[in-house]
Write a protein that binds this ligand. Structure first.
Ligand code: ZN
Ligand code: ZN
Length: 421
């Protein structure tokens, strides 16, 4: 994380933590986490007024965890499953009342789209200190567990935190952990909770389980987490799915885009992969010259246009995994700084650059063009697919597509705006 400049040092600092994506590990005293985050933030020179807010479907967490976080000075926001569970929703609400001199720290899966929106476009000092939510933030929590607690308990008081319920849209936020418990169990809250459930589930008073398919569909585009596990041995005979981050690892200048497909294929063949192979180029494709895209597509590589970029690869991988049970392998071509945790039970290979070799375009394969789809304009995860490359190219330059692309981040502004009406 970058050190505070003199102006940033005195400015308001707001930390948002997506609790849904990360459980507090066993053995970590939740009371220590708030003070530890505070010390972490101050160690980078951010000394202004600090607020830490954790949001999630709070009814899914043990009371002891919530009580501990709260007594450590962390505000708690209860959200209905599938709504307001994207960190950008909460940041957007914050930016509606705070001028751009504030520091915003996001504790969630890192998302370059959020940096460019809240940082570059809106002018906040937007920070994502944990390069991998599951590994580096988990380590941070374990460090918090071994931190000195005596000093902490003096510094924090139980009354410093507040709670908020986005099911009931209570205004203003309330205080007292016992009041939160009473509220979540209360009749008024339970009744309003029903409004958030799909019609088919309204006979039940609890939110849909997080693993169910219906919930998966409601998740925002980027937030399907994959738990950290040991990578599985690669099964070279199994199906192999290559995701190529075409923005971070572009076709080198002067080289023939039609050679990329055959080069990747030859590279994997000489590395022993003998199973069926699919290659998909993923990115904000309007940033890639159209001739490059045409060449790539003609060599049999599928093109997928996504709203954010490399972060979307994890979602595409999750969709592929859903339809292709193990054994199967994922090969991800992205820059060396990218952090892709292996998918559990799948083979995993991260290539830091595009395999290149000298050769001629494979004329036999010229007719096998890759499939093209746009995930910006589709309602579901399969993407809006196109019959051929020229239709796809026309779509990407169309006003309809460009409007959808522009809407992508500001959509959250509309979502949060509904609270006021
Ligand atoms: Zn409520
Ligand atoms: Zn589109």
């Amino acid at each position: 994380m970058k050190m505070a400049s003199p102006e940033e040092a005195d400015a308001v600092t707001q930390v948002f933590w997506n609790l849904n994506e990360c459980m507090v590990p066993r053995g970590v005293d939740p009371r220590k986490i708030g003070p530890y985050i505070k010390r972490f933030v101050e160690s980078y020179g951010y000394m202004g007024p600090l607020t830490i807010t954790a949001f999630g479907v709070l009814t899914g967490f043990p009371d002891s965890i919530l009580r501990g976080l709260y007594s450590g000075g962390i505000n708690l926001s209860h959200v209905p499953a599938g709504h307001m569970d994207n960190i950008s929703d909460h940041i957007t609400l914050f930016t509606e009342t705070e001028p751009a001199q504030a520091n915003i720290i996001s504790i969630s899966e890192p998302d370059p789209g959020l940096s460019s929106w809240f940082g570059h476009m809106m002018g906040y000092n937007f920070l994502q200190p944990f390069s991998s939510y599951h590994v580096s933030f988990m380590n941070f929590l374990l460090e918090a567990a071994s931190s000195d607690s005596e000093e902490d308990s003096e510094a924090e008081t139980v009354d410093s935190a507040y709670w908020e319920c986005f099911v009931c849209n209570r205004d203003p936020p309330a205080k007292g952990f016992e009041n939160l418990k009473t509220h979540l169990d209360g009749e008024e809250h339970q009744e309003l909770m029903l409004n958030w459930l799909p019609t088919s589930q309204r006979s039940y008073a609890s939110p849909p389980p997080r693993n169910s398919d219906s919930h998966l569909k409601e998740l925002p585009f980027m937030s399907i987490p994959l738990p950290p596990t040991e990578p599985t041995e690669i099964d070279h005979k199994a199906v192999t799915c290559v995701f190529w981050d075409i923005i971070k690892c572009p076709v080198p200048p002067g080289s023939d885009a039609r050679l990329v497909g055959p080069s990747i294929k030859r590279f994997l063949e000489t590395s022993g992969y003998s199973g069926p192979l699919t290659i998909t180029a993923v990115g904000v494709l309007t940033q890639v010259p159209i001739d490059i895209l045409r060449g790539v597509c003609s060599s049999g590589i599928a093109l997928v246009n996504v709203p954010y970029g490399s972060g979307d690869i994890q979602l595409l991988r999750a969709v592929f995994a859903k339809n292709n049970p193990p054994p199967a392998n994922f090969v991800i071509i992205s820059d060396p700084d990218s952090d892709f945790p292996p998918a559990p039970r799948y083979g995993h290979l991260l290539l830091p650059s595009l395999p290149t070799d000298v050769g001629e375009p494979d004329d036999d394969k010229c007719s096998e063009t890759g499939a093209c789809s746009c995930h910006v304009c589709s309602a579901g995860y399969l993407g809006h697919s196109f019959q051929n490359f020229e239709d796809f190219a026309t779509h990407l330059s169309s006003r309809a597509h460009q409007r959808r692309m522009l809407d992508y981040v500001p959509r959250n502004v509309r979502v949060s705006g509904q609270r006021r009406t």
